[in-house]
Design a protein around this ligand. Sequence first.
Ligand code: 13P
Ligand code: SF4
Length: 365
Amino acid sequence: MSLLETLQVQTLPEKYKSLTQDEMEKRIWEIKKELGAKLFIPCHHYQREEVYQFADAAGDSLQLAQISAKNRDAKYIVFCGVHFMAETADILTSDEQTVILPDMRAGCSMADMADIHQTERAWDMLQQLFGDTILPLTYVNSTAAIKAFVGRNGGATVTSSNAKKMVEWAFTQKERIFFLPDQHLGRNTAYDLGVDLKDMAVWDPIRNELIYECALENIKVILWKGHCSVHEHFTVKNIEFVRKKFPDMQIIVHPECSREVVAHSDLNGSTKYIIETIEKAPAGSEWAIGTEMNLVQRLFKNHPDKKIISLNPVMCPCLTMNRIDLPHLLWSLENIMEGKETNVIKVDEVTASDAVLALERMLQR
Ligand code: 13P
Ligand code: SF4
């Protein structure tokens, strides 16, 4: 028995593999029309174009969380994004609404880098070292269990577009922050707020140890040793190459890139910030973009008056975001039409009630 069968995850029936793109698109438009306001399709900016065209709302992680919190009309939310985003949508919507992820394999390698047992273990050790001086913050790119841990301990979620505001708030609550699971977003944000790099420690969840250079009492930020397996592929070498080959080109990257890459770039910011910067840029301007490839390709297509390249020429899209494709989207929708709900994302009540505290502390700011 395969792992997916053991977990009772349903996989795409064979019949969807032989349909043409036109057939699938036509059927999806028909179902959207039939279901009307009962169906809502939120879509992250990193989704494939073939799926993105069906979005009722598109956004970055923060916008999608805000949209989910507001939407009370749709009975079915077919989430085109990754697992943690669908969990967030389930936590923020009512019990009468059903959140569906078209392919259960659409996870996030960064979110998988912090499990709740590792986190509880780390927290116990950090409490022994620092007492009650730490506030946990988690990037929304984390499991519902981690969000619940953060909520229980007075902390909040953050996204790349509000990380500065949330870290500033966290320092009004406690002396130190524990930032999960993306060390790069945590480091880049704290650095921008004036925290010295040497006052930032790293928690290694595999070796169960705190890595630091300064005196223990000077540590201000504890970064979980996690990263995004897409954004880690942008390097300082890529930047040096672009600077040499295209001297007029500006380099803009997502803060999930390493500190070195962000420091060598011209601009950095969330998905929303990158999109808005390119939209506002004058015709003829030149951009090397360090973020997910589906988004870079969309920006390239939507702005023919600007020269746009990927900062890394051999970059591929986020593999898990890419798992949501036309066959899976159609399959989810046809199941709804037949009264069968497949791949439903349901966070248990106890976890959801703690996780919502962390999400609401973010959404209120
Ligand atoms: P944002 O949508 O917050 O920019 O995050 C990017 C990302 O990696 C989503 O998985
Ligand atoms: Fe996760 Fe990175 Fe993919 Fe976003 S781009 S879903 S953080 S692996």
